[in-house]
Design a protein around this ligand. Structure first.
Ligand SMILES: NC(=O)c1ccc[n+]([C@@H]2O[C@H](COP(=O)([O-])OP(=O)(O)OC[C@H]3O[C@@H](n4cnc5c(N)ncnc54)[C@H](O)[C@@H]3O)[C@@H](O)[C@H]2O)c1
Length: 400
């Protein structure tokens, strides 16, 4: 029985990860979820999972020393996977301190509680020994590397080395907007309070490995997209606004480039790193899907317009006429301060060492994502109305 302590699993990626590992490993695993249910945590997202006998939900702060120590002592997890974070760059610009508290100090608290619980003395050479099969995995971001140049105005063909070619079955027509990519040895150069806090967390995780020999990995992923994404982020916000016939805000000229990773592919990468990643290593996880923000918005408009025409049953979700779903909805707004121009991940290491690759091309992933939102409007409504924040109270009152 493999046991996981997953923090932040009422959020977007953590929830998708829990769903993925339950589908993959079923009753062979036990999961304890620790989440403080901030505005970004939605228990409704994992409603079915927390009803299962092998899943336990605990509301609490990763920075709470007593709580985290008790959870580790009681459940003795093999893997601690830390998704919990303040994750929205715009919010970090208005309230940086919270980002340092959660992302850095919270992570350090988890690490320290794990170190105490897993420590088993020294080996003959004087090195720290930890319980067999334990690992702390920090979920980080490509934003720790700063920003890359955008060298091309239009996407150019991307070629990958032969080792990667052998792994990436079925992914062709790869493209890029630049000559350089983030590798695991790219110097860390964060530019926003969010990414600076995530960098601080990465450094403390690496320091615990170097100083105490803690069994750790770090994964640094690109922009995720897919089901259950909070509608303040680009893709779900655009979908929501299109359905409501509202303007689609795009920063600057929409030329910033991000590398989009389908969240289920990311979940698979995380589980592979947990089980097979070499201790102490960092793994970049990217989507091979570089897109300009403006093209993302136009793609979403085109797909929703097509679905509405071809499958008119979905028109009941619209509060505007189908004809209004076009590029005229796009509204350029003042750019975010210090807006990074381009992120592009080189996932060669995880592809070659662990055999992982991002299976989902953007054209497939974005259609799946849009259809999920169209088919799950009650979830979107619960999030936007704030009803989801009541769910925890209701659930616990009902259980008393
Ligand atoms: N979303 C992306 O595209 C992306 C890209 C790169 C890296 N990441 C990283 O992946 C992780 C998950 O991202 P996400 O998009 O799912 O985030 P999210 O904002 O959707 O979810 C974060 C979760 O953490 C919980 N949380 C916040 N503070 C907490 C605390 N002090 N104690 C316990 N729980 C707390 C929230 O309630 C929420 O459930 C984050 O660490 C983020 O930095 C995300």
């Amino acid at each position: 029985m493999t046991k996981y302590l997953v923090t932040g699993a009422a959020g977007f990626i953590g929830a998708n990860f829990v769903k993925y590992i339950l589908a993959k490993w079923g009753n062979d695993i036990e999961i304890v979820i620790l989440d403080d249910l901030t505005y970004a945590g939605n228990l409704l997202t994992i409603k079915e999972e927390i009803e299962l006998n092998n899943v336990t939900f605990v509301k609490g702060d990763i920075g709470d020393r007593d709580l985290v120590s008790d959870l580790i002592a009681k459940h003795d997890p093999h893997y601690i996977v830390n998704f919990a974070a303040e994750s929205h760059v715009d919010r970090s610009i208005t309230n940086p301190r919270l980002f340092l508290e959660t992302n850095i100090l919270g992570t350090q608290n988890l690490l320290d509680c794990a170190r105490k619980a897993w420590y088993e003395g020294k080996d003959a050479s004087g090195n720290n020994q930890y319980k067999e099969g334990r690992k702390f995995l920090q979920i980080s971001t490509d934003e720790v590397y700063g920003s890359l140049e955008k060298d091309y105005d239009t996407a150019q063909p991307l070629s990958v080395c032969d080792d990667v070619k052998r792994v990436i079955e079925g992914r062709d027509n790869l493209k890029t907007f630049g000559k350089n990519f983030f590798t695991e040895s790219t110097p860390l150069a964060p530019r926003s309070p969010y990414s600076a806090a995530k960098t601080g967390a990465d450094l403390i995780v690496l320091a615990y490995h170097e100083t105490y020999g803690m069994p750790i990995n770090i994964t640094r992923c690109s922009n995720n997209y897919g089901p259950y994404h909070f509608p303040e982020k680009l893709i779900p916000l655009i979908i929501k606004n299109i359905l409501e016939g509202k303007a689609l805000p795009v920063y600057g000229k929409g030329e910033n480039v991000r590398d989009w990773l389908y969240v289920e592919d990311h979940a698979k990468a995380i589980d592979m790193v947990l089980r097979n990643g070499k201790l102490g290593e960092v793994y970049n996880v990217g989507g091979f899907n570089e897109e300009q923000n403006i093209d993302i918005v136009k793609t979403v408009i085109a797909i929703i317009a097509r679905i509405m025409k071809e499958e008119p049953q979905y028109q009941s979700l619209l509060t505007c006429e189908v004809e209004k779903i076009n590029n005229d909805l796009i509204t350029f707004v003042a750019d975010r301060p210090g807006h990074d121009m381009r992120y592009a991940i080189d996932p060669t290491k995880i592809a070659v060492e662990l055999g992982w690759y991002p299976e989902t091309p953007f054209s497939i992933g974005i259609e799946k994502t849009i259809r999920w939102y169209l088919d799950n409007q009650p979830w979107v409504e619960s999030v936007t109305s704030g009803d989801y924040q009541q769910y925890y109270q209701q659930m616990y009152q009902n259980r008393k």
